[in-house]
Design a protein around this ligand. Structure first.
Ligand SMILES: Nc1ncnc2c1ncn2[C@@H]1O[C@H](COP(=O)(O)OP(=O)(O)OP(=O)(O)O)[C@@H](O)[C@H]1O
Ligand SMILES: [Mg+2]
Length: 339
């Protein structure tokens, strides 16, 4: 749905050149919620702004649903942009217009008849749960309500793609969850492709299918959220997701269970395996004792992900067999400390 190839954007500030985007290539599939994470200044906003040509890249190509955005005339670009909705961190609503007026605005520009606009605006306000606020002004709304207006406005022209630049960063955690649920709902019901840019890892964890990590204008890692969050490959990704899911075992826990008491294993359960009674099976099959030291279950979108730290004790041979059994169970087993 979005195909980016070799995108480079350079800002020139007097003598100095800054490569805000450096040869970025990326594919976002239809109907996917795709996240982009990176530190402040990494180039996230520049990337979204280069997708709808609010910024002109020096090099590269951006195809949105097959249309090459870099090659369009002004008039065609205006038309193409109607199929790309965008929501912002600070909502960017028109303060002199009511909620109705804000959502109607893009439809007025398109030249749609008044009666049709009215119908469409109320349909959108129903979708975002704000019918009763049609006559309110932005100043009379909470942050979450303002973002709902922003979402309704972005959807007015039935876009194929929704770009979200830090759309929940100005909201409290509860309101963030509500807005993310709304976006997921829209994604499911309308099959809308969503590109979501954020520095908040829980946002990615809650709604995204895949994620790309951007550092100094370059994509350094890209893959399913579960993979990037549980097995980050680059230092930048590790730094960003640290503590979210790639849990750190409390060091004193490791010290307390020093050498000699049996091996310490960190076992990661993903998806179906998170629900199976594997530890029970282990103790029934092998003459070993399992001492559970640490455990937690997280979710990445709809997939459960569990982590367990256990110490096995028993005869060496039984421990070896038990460890082998675990490794064959579609789990990820890491030996934190051997015997
Ligand atoms: N109009 C501009 N002129 C010059 N430099 C710019 C301009 N816009 C952005 N930059 C620079 O480009 C780099 C990338 O900026 P960008 O806004 O894309 O970062 P970001 O990842 O969105 O950061 P944040 O998380 O803080 O929003 C930064 O170093 C920034 O200073
Ligand atoms: Mg930004």
């Amino acid at each position: 749905m979005i195909k980016i190839r070799g995108l480079t954007k350079i800002y020139t500030d007097g003598q100095r050149e800054l490569r805000a985007l450096d040869n970025v290539s990326l594919d976002v599939k239809p109907g996917e919620i795709f996240g982009i994470i990176g530190l402040s200044g990494a180039g996230k906003s520049t990337l979204v702004r280069c997708i709808n040509m609010l910024e002109r890249p020096q090099e590269g190509q951006v195809l949105v649903n097959g249309i090459d955005m870099t090659a369009l005339s002004k008039g065609d670009l205006r038309k193409a942009r109607q199929k790309i909705g965008m929501i912002f961190q600070h909502f960017n609503l028109l303060s002199s217009r009511t909620v109705f007026g804000n959502v109607a605005f893009p439809l007025e520009i398109t030249g749609i008849p008044k009666a049709e606009i009215r119908e469409r605006v109320y349909e959108l306000l129903r979708l975002v749960g704000l019918e009763d606020k049609a006559d309110s002004y932005p100043a009379q709304l909470s942050g979450g309500q303002k973002q709902r207006v922003g979402i309704a406005r972005a959807l007015a022209n039935r876009p194929e793609v929704l770009l979200c630049d830090e759309a929940t960063s100005a909201l409290d955690p509860e309101t963030t969850t509500a807005v993310l649920e709304l976006l997921q709902d829209i994604n499911r019901k309308m099959g809308l492709t969503i590109l979501l840019i954020t520095h908040e890892m829980p946002v990615i964890q809650q709604v995204c299918d895949r994620v790309a990590v951007i550092e100094n204008g370059r994509i350094v890692e890209c893959g399913p959220v579960l993979d990037v969050f549980t097995r980050p490959e680059t230092e930048e990704a590790r730094r960003l997701v640290r503590g979210v899911i790639d849990i750190e075992i409390p060091p004193d826990l490791l010290e307390q269970h020093a050498n000699g008491d049996g091996p310490l294993l960190k076992i990661s359960f993903i998806g179906d395996s998170a629900g199976r009674p594997i530890m029970g099976a282990l103790m029934q099959r092998f003459p070993v004792m399992v001492n559970i030291l640490f455990g937690r279950i997280d979710h990445v979108k709809d997939t459960p992900f569990g982590t367990l730290v256990v110490q096995l004790s028993g005869e060496n041979e039984a421990i070896a067999e038990a460890t082998e059994f675990l490794a064959g169970q579609d789990l990820h087993v890491e030996v934190l400390r051997d015997v």
